[in-house]
Design a protein around this ligand. Sequence first.
Ligand code: NAD
Length: 348
Amino acid sequence: MQYKTIHVEASRVYDILIGRGILATLGTLVRPLLGDCRLAVLTDSNVDVLYGNAIMDSLQAAGYNTCKFVIPAGEQSKCAGNLLAFLDFMASEQLTRKDAVIAFGGGVVGDLGGLSASLYLRGVKYIHVPTTLLAAVDSSVGGKTAIDIPAGKNLVGSFYQPSMVCCDTALMDSLPADIYRDGCAEVIKYGMILDKELYSTLHTLPFDREAVVARCVEIKRDVVQQDEYDNGLRGLLNFGHTFGHAIEKLSNFGVSHGEAVAKGMVIAARIAPLCGLCDVADELSALLVKYGFDIGCEYTATQVYEALLTDKKRRGGDITVVLPKAVGQCILHTMPVEELETLLSQVI
Ligand SMILES: NC(=O)c1ccc[n+]([C@@H]2O[C@H](COP(=O)([O-])OP(=O)(O)OC[C@H]3O[C@@H](n4cnc5c(N)ncnc54)[C@H](O)[C@@H]3O)[C@@H](O)[C@H]2O)c1
């Protein structure tokens, strides 16, 4: 079995394995790490139908005693009710400290599985097997876990690094086109913020999935190793997200995350030249349109401004936004919030 290994040295040292078809060997790959233990697999209803048997077969073939908990597919499952239900399930299965959680799914399952693992018995080992492009390049890397509460998305969580991430890129063959495209927005983001060469390769479609996932993971790994707890550099990964979150919120989450980030990246790129930075807005817009993104913003500058005032990135009277300096190079730019209001009115 051919796969690429990306080594991460954060508060926990672990490997991210990326390969087409790697799921079939998951059981043997985790054995040196976990030894003999019980494995609680957390997955969602869509992934379970498609690949539930495949993962259980792989683990059982390696001699593992397993149990499985399935949540309904969708963001609404990343909630306190399912967190408690899964914790309760692990307790009823009598999982001990030496046992482990395997989160098998997209970002919803990964975030919920990671948080559950960080809480159960004050922390058990956790392995993420991402099944969406977004989870492969973004949410499975970096150790952020979370659930949503009525007051907002991702408001309850922890930093908890997995013991291994095992990414089978073949699983993404079954992703609906819009979900795959959402992940592409994050891929384009990585190229834009830190890697001009990656960005250029994205003009050829379809891109080499293994190579692109591996490069994105390396980029995020490098950022996370320098700023695991999100106090500075990690903010670069928010390129397009400050404005994107505002648009997501204004649409009452009718605009998907990837589409909102695409719109947000274009807004940021249009603001950059007004702050004395270079103008890559047309170039970036053309690439996003090539991927099928609608980059128009259906809200007014005032609406976007008011929606982002509640953004976490705001500090006192200032706000930090990520702006492109060039293709492959973004910077964190802090300005008074009122200045951003003026800039937004010039670009939307
Ligand atoms: N922890 C982090 O650092 C981080 C970063 C970015 C996003 N997130 C979180 O990730 C979540 C979004 O992740 P997502 O886009 O993966 O969403 P998701 O987990 O809801 O998956 C999207 C849809 O794809 C389906 N699916 C998953 N794998 C499939 C496959 N192989 N074939 C067919 N269908 C499949 C799922 O059932 C679901 O319906 C959000 O909750 C977001 O907050 C977390």
